[in-house]
Write a new protein. Structure first.
Length: 248
């Protein structure tokens, strides 16, 4: 990716690699701390060491992101967190807010990457930041995406139309889920006791309810992402020749 091109925004797969590296470091820190506490055989020293390890784990991402733009995982995967307004590193307050929001939402925070202009997760959007390629010369095409320009096209349905269509599809998915639940009950594949209390489910019932829940979640996410990008029936992205009248 030449340095003169538009910024390269990290793909989810690339961000996931950085996240896994940071989690490995976190687990190593916790394991090392536990080993030292056991070796010390001192409750007071172990307590202080444990609090210190927890503090390091909590401040690890906010401090590194605000000071250097990257955690170790980000750096090893050639990524950097950028402030949208200053084009530099985010402040400590923003880095801390990103970390808290991401921790609370978990994987759900990344759903918005499929429907935003600059491939931003929820914690990116709320803190006005993006995750970009740090060194374009070391990046491969499958590491990043460029900014989505289809949202500026007159062929893209209005936001209100997309919103209404998405809500309609989500309601339809709920109806399908309810009908499917009743079918499972009538067929005897899942008992009412299982729906009321998961601890009373048989293994086969656990599998059926899990498949139902995952199916509902997957369809809902796809509905939101595809709908906002103009790829659902009722709010499709129209070709330019259908938007502009042809010249005679």
């Amino acid at each position: 990716m030449p340095a003169t091109t538009m910024p390269g925004y990290a793909r989810f797969s690339r961000r996931l690699q950085g996240l896994v590296i940071d989690w490995i470091l976190f687990l190593l820190l916790m394991a090392g701390t536990l080993f030292v506490i056991i070796a010390l055989k001192s409750d007071s020293d172990g307590r202080y060491l444990g609090f210190a390890a927890i503090g390091i784990a909590l401040l690890y991402e906010p401090l590194l992101v605000s000071l250097t733009g990257s955690t170790i995982g980000h750096y090893l995967t050639n990524l950097r967190v950028v402030d949208d307004r200053t084009r530099g590193n985010v402040s400590f307050a923003k880095a801390l807010a990103r970390f808290v929001i991401k921790s609370l939402l978990g994987w759900y925070s990344f759903i918005s990457m499929g429907a935003t202009r600059r491939h931003q997760a929820v914690h990116d959007l709320l803190t006005f930041s993006t995750v970009q390629i740090r060194d374009p010369a070391k990046a491969s095409p499958h590491h990043y995406n460029t900014e989505r320009t289809e949202f500026d096209s007159p062929a893209m349905p209005s936001r209100s139309r997309r919103f209404v269509v998405i809500i309609g599809y989500l309601l339809l998915i709920v109806v399908v889920a309810i009908v499917t639940t009743n079918v499972l009950l009538v067929a005897g594949l899942v008992s009412e006791a299982c729906f009321k209390n998961q601890h009373r489910c048989r293994p086969a019932e656990h599998f059926s309810t899990l498949a139902l829940g995952l199916g509902w979640l997957t369809l809902s996410v796809l509905c939101i992402v595809l709908g906002w990008r103009g790829k659902l029936l009722g709010c499709r992205f129209r070709s330019i020749d259908r938007v502009q009248p042809r010249s005679l």
